[in-house]
Write a protein that binds this ligand. Structure first.
Ligand SMILES: [Zn+2]
Length: 300
């Protein structure tokens, strides 16, 4: 596979990683500044496609200075250790809470297998990265890449160790602003089983304050940032209202999802177009939100 390289501006490039031939699912971003950085690596199973993309850009793996995931879910950084092995001069920058998992992968891999089942195998097992090649990024961590700095904004909610990376007026938002479907011009929330709705909304508000020009989703591609975060917050809140009502009425996750299909234009279409990695993604989000509602109501 030879990926097509998309140019966002003179510094930011991206391509479709096509894991297991699934297109429009994972975008990998490359920042060409005095230092060269890769944002997200995708899973271990698409390592060869990642290398093909790097080569297609005219780069050698040895040229890469930084490998920077938004978080370490397997679809974002499962291939991090594989890439670090060939990018001999690179350091990887991760959230302090992710640091121990990427240097010693056992709990990370077992947890992923527990939650993802056979999909974890489809993504492939990560390789560990030695601690001396890791940089731990606290909130507000910054590093000069040349023309611009890259800065870490901790954006928990989807995952406790999620980081949005800011470079000039562009930001790489991982899964903190949901999934973006450019073909229908809409985005929808995405949550794993353990989801913090309060933190997710706070993170969206923090990103809204940045006055960004473009945001770059992992799923999938760049989007003009105008008005996006307030729209995203409303979408998350609407989903949560539907889930809360469903919880009170003791509805199953599938019934709640079918209500969302009726309410949200395009949602059903995106559900059926999900490839093998994400067959039940929207259902998973309803379940993650239900778990949040359950935990909250147990507090009362
Ligand atoms: Zn993801």
């Amino acid at each position: 596979m030879t990926p097509i390289i998309n140019k966002h501006n003179s510094n930011i490039f991206w391509f479709d990683l096509c894991p297991n031939n699934e297109s429009n699912f994972i975008s990998v971003y490359v920042i060409l500044d005095k230092k060269i950085s890769i944002i997200e690596t995708g899973p271990a199973s698409s390592h060869n496609n990642l290398l093909a993309g790097i080569k297609q850009m005219g780069l050698n793996p040895e040229d890469i200075d930084y490998i920077i995931p938004t978080h370490i879910h397997l679809d974002h950084f499962g291939g991090g250790g594989h890439l670090m092995e060939v990018c001999k001069n690179a350091k990887s920058i991760v959230h302090p809470n992710a640091y121990k998992h990427v240097s010693s992968i056992d709990r990370w891999w077992l947890g992923s297998c527990d939650f993802l089942g056979s999909i974890a195998e489809l993504y492939g097992k990560p390789k560990p990265i030695s601690e001396e090649r890791l940089i731990s990024a606290e909130d507000d961590f910054e590093l000069s890449l040349g023309n611009h700095k890259i800065r870490a904004l901790h954006t928990p909610g989807h995952a406790p160790h999620h980081i949005t990376w800011i470079y000039g007026d562009d930001a790489f938002v991982g899964d903190s602003a949901g999934l973006w479907y450019p073909k229908i011009g809409r985005s929808f929330p995405v949550t794993p089983g353990y989801y913090r709705h309060d933190l997710a909304l706070e993170s969206i508000e923090k990103m809204d304050e940045l006055e960004l020009a473009y945001i770059h989703y992992t799923h999938f591609g760049p989007r003009n940032a105008e008005g996006v975060f307030m729209q995203t917050k409303k979408e998350f809140q609407l989903w949560m209202r539907v889930v809360e009502k469903g919880y009170k009425e003791d509805k199953s996750p599938n019934i709640i999802l079918s209500e969302l299909f009726d309410l949200r234009p395009g949602l059903k279409r995106t559900h059926s177009s999900h490839g093998p990695h994400q067959t039940e993604t929207h259902l998973g989000t309803v379940e993650g939100m239900l778990n949040w509602v359950r935990r909250e109501s147990a507090k009362d």
